[in-house]
Write a protein that binds this ligand. Structure first.
Ligand SMILES: [Zn+2]
Length: 340
């Protein structure tokens, strides 16, 4: 007989908040080439990728982000969410652990928020995102651009407060260049191009370079606007730091899948939906249950309680439907949009 020995309030989605309080080439593409050649692309961007990794090698994660922030003007990295796969309590112990907010705290949003009509985002009352087509197919062949579109559409349309449009913006790697505020480190920073910038699948060594790991699935960076002194702003006075933009990476070395059914594979859609939730200001909710037998041995069984998309674990099965908590927390941010 199995008994539930303990509730593990562990997050395997490690958050690093960098608030103002705590620290104060063009790609030559062959027009006739319809099949994206990742080797050529990596060669083209190899210098940017490799110089980033070289510059950040062996530094502590916080130091990496502080160094990047010194190169940015008008905004800074404010939060980093690293999403790892959960397989066993032992695996969980090996990753940075943060507590999931207490259920009584009623605060499952991040401390950062886009606000409508922000003049620094051109006064728009919608949200935008881009995908990079050339980086949107994983190394193991999962074409994901449509999946990314579908998952932003879930947040846009499948809550009880679909007041905000989340619109795809035209983007061309060829014309616009690398749309990353992180990977331009060492060069003149570019962008941001859209509110939410899905960089796509990038090499595993870049995850190492930011202090993540080979088992990291994806990372979402949230950037905050800063004033002339480099301090994060809240110009609309809603108690949240004003989000400038976000940037989302997927680890190219993961065994990605478009259905998540094959053992050991990871469902792209489930991870994208979670990351995009962070990009629109949701934090984690829910807990993870581990089941132990009468001898106190872990049975290998982990379960979400409840099955929130924003529950910060991935347990080897797809999780594509918004739960009640996801809906409610999203609506805390957007039910009054575009007014507040
Ligand atoms: Zn997360």
């Amino acid at each position: 007989m199995k008994t539930i020995k303990s509730i593990l309030t562990l997050a395997v989605c490690a958050g690093v908040a960098l608030t103002s309080c705590s620290e104060d080439q063009k790609l030559n593409t062959n027009q006739e080439q319809t099949v994206y050649n990742k080797k050529d692309l990596k060669f083209s961007y190899g210098n940017a990728f490799e110089s980033f990794a070289k510059n950040t090698k062996k530094k502590h994660r916080l130091q990496v982000f502080q160094d990047i922030n010194e190169t940015l003007d008008g905004y800074r990295i404010a939060q980093v969410e690293i999403y790892d796969v959960a397989k066993s309590p032992e695996a969980i112990d090996n990753v940075t652990v943060i507590p999931i907010p207490d259920a009584s705290s009623n605060e499952y949003r991040t401390g950062f928020r886009f606000f409508p009509n922000d003049p620094r985002r051109n006064g728009r009352d919608n949200l935008t995102y881009i995908t990079v087509s050339e980086f949107s197919t994983s190394a193991n062949g999962v074409a994901s651009e449509q999946i990314f579109d579908d998952m932003y559409a879930v947040w846009e349309n499948e809550t009880n407060c679909n007041n905000v449009s989340i619109d795809k913006q035209d983007f061309s790697l060829d014309i616009n260049g690398l749309p990353s505020s992180i990977l331009s480190f060492g060069d003149e920073p570019l962008g941001p191009f859209a509110d939410n910038n899905i960089i796509g699948y990038i090499p595993s060594f870049l995850f190492d370079a930011i202090g993540a790991s080979a088992s990291t699935l994806a990372v979402t960076f949230t950037f905050a606007f800063t004033d002339e002194n480099g301090v994060s702003t809240d110009i609309n006075g809603d108690g949240k730091i004003d989000t400038s933009h976000t940037e989302i990476w997927f680890n190219d070395s993961v065994n990605w899948s478009n259905d998540g059914l094959e053992p050991g594979s990871v469902d792209v859609a489930s991870v994208a939906l979670h990351e995009f939730g962070h990009s629109v200001g949701l934090d984690h909710s829910g807990t993870l249950l581990a089941t132990f037998d009468n001898d106190g041995q872990f049975t290998g069984e982990l379960n979400y309680v409840p099955t929130n998309v924003m529950n910060p674990a991935y347990i080897e099965k797809p999780k594509r439907d918004l739960a009640g908590d996801d809906n409610a927390i999203y609506c805390e941010n957007f039910s009054a949009w575009p007014y507040y």
